[in-house]
Design a protein around this ligand. Structure first.
Ligand code: XUL
Ligand code: CO
Length: 430
């Protein structure tokens, strides 16, 4: 046991009336909702990077957190792992997610970095066996180190492409070894700063080829999990190629990967792309590429990816409504890609941030389930499109349709979209 979370009890469900801050009010893991326990609907995961690797910097100032595991040795990496697994257990969050760079010190070269990763993976494997915690997804950090400043797969230098491909392979191996259920690719630097020095066509092909290699390797090693792309329009790069779900779908089609790769959709990234979270989720569902979610929120004033813990239940209800309409998670889950504010220094802050987020997600999911169960929203949607149930227009052609309009003297009357009525209906479930 480390003493970082000493005096903080394991969090359990006490119900809405409890006065205990260190308890769930909404998240009862075993509560049955639409035929299955809440914990299996939500599949919570903690993000290693924000909770244990992020030092608390912003563009105007550096580290504010003073964690006993900060430093570049294997010994400290193991202390970090010990503390992380203690937090997962306190929260009863069944999953976690990590990048290679979050969990191991950078080595002097590729071989040493890989050796460090492998040693930590063995350490994680033991901890997973001891605690029952599971890996939702692994990923490679191909954006922090200066070698990736001009991109990873899309770098003008083939040596960086090679280094990235080799790193992805080691991270996929690590994910498989830990029984990970997905492998994520987020291309933070796969884009450009200025078109003046960028060969966009070439970079796109490099990114497509890298993704094909990832899928080939997945099949070669028999990885049964999902390969997920996490779209984001910009930041840190001025323009990222995987802008949003629809853009990524076009990219996947182009490289023959639309049946191989799914989406990890992050709330904050959706907002940065000028969409709502539910828009991105619904798009992925309709295209058959919904996979998993990164759950956070952005400060709407800053227009920046502030990665705050989620707390807006009405918004989350609409997001989980789309998740449920997609059939819920299979390999995916709810990953808290969220970090404390840099003034929230205490161990308690880290626990309470997750407790609040898990409660808000549970409330959102239960609201979504009630909306779906009740059926009024879907009935209203069906009624709006009812005319299409008996129409064969889509199999017709323009000339026949003109004849049809003339001979039946078609003169459409506008119908109300009933938006406010539906908004009232949604609020009635909250
Ligand atoms: C960055 C982001 C990443 C990915 C994983 O905005 O969301 O943390 O989730 O690389
Ligand atoms: Co994310």
């Amino acid at each position: 046991m480390t003493d970082f979370f000493k005096d903080i009890p394991a969090i359990s469900y006490e119900g809405p009336e409890t006065q205990n801050e260190f308890a769930f009010r909404q998240y009862n893991p075993d509560e049955i909702v639409m035929g299955k326990p809440l914990k299996d609907h939500l599949r919570f995961a903690c993000a290693y990077w924000h909770s244990f690797a992020w030092p608390g910097g912003d563009p105007f100032g550096g580290q504010t957190f003073d964690r006993p595991w900060f430093g570049d040795t294997m010994e400290l990496a193991k202390l970090k792992a010990d503390t992380a697994f203690e937090m997962f257990q306190i929260l009863g969050a069944p999953y976690y997610c990590f990048h290679d760079a979050d969990v191991r010190p950078e080595g002097a070269n590729f071989a040493e970095s890989t050796r460090n990763l492998e040693e930590i993976v063995d350490y994680f494997a033991k901890k997973q066996a001891d605690t029952g915690m599971k890996l939702l997804w692994g990923t490679a950090n191909l954006f922090s180190h200066r070698r990736f400043m001009a991109g990873a797969a899309t770098n003008p230098d083939p040596d960086v492409f090679a280094y990235s491909a080799a790193t992805i392979k080691t991270c996929m191996d690590a994910t498989v070894k830990l029984g990970g259920e997905n492998y994520v690719l987020w291309g933070g630097r796969e884009g450009y700063e200025t078109l003046l020095n960028t060969d966009m066509g070439r970079e796109r092909k490099q990114a497509g080829r890298m993704l094909q290699m990832v899928v080939d390797y997945k099949h070669k090693i028999g990885f049964k999990g999902a390969i997920l792309i996490e779209p984001k329009p910009q930041e840190p790069t001025k323009h990222q190629y995987d802008y949003d779900v629809a853009t990524v779908y076009g990219f996947l089609k182009d490289f023959g990967l639309e049946n191989e790769v799914k989406m990890n959709i992050e709330q904050g990234h959706a907002i940065l792309a000028g969409h709502s979270f539910e828009h991105e989720l619904a798009t992925a569902r309709e295209l058959g590429i919904f996979g998993s979610i990164d759950m956070n929120r952005n400060d709407y004033q800053s227009g920046w990816d502030t990665d705050q813990f989620p707390n807006n239940v009405p918004e989350m209800a609409l997001a989980y409504y789309e998740v449920l309409r997609a059939g819920g998670f299979t390999t995916g889950g709810t990953n808290f890609d969220a970090k404390l504010r840099r003034q929230s220094l205490d161990a308690e802050d880290l626990i309470l941030a997750h407790v609040g987020a898990m409660d808000a997600c549970a409330a959102g999911l239960k609201t979504a389930a009630a909306m779906l169960d009740d059926g009024k929203l879907e009935a209203a949607r069906d009624a709006r499109y009812a005319g299409w149930e008996t129409s064969d227009l889509l199999g017709s052609d323009l000339s026949s349709i003109e004849t049809h309009v003339r001979s039946n003297d078609i003169n459409p009357a506008p119908h109300s979209g009933k938006q406010e009525r539906l908004e009232n209906l949604v609020n009635s479930y909250l």
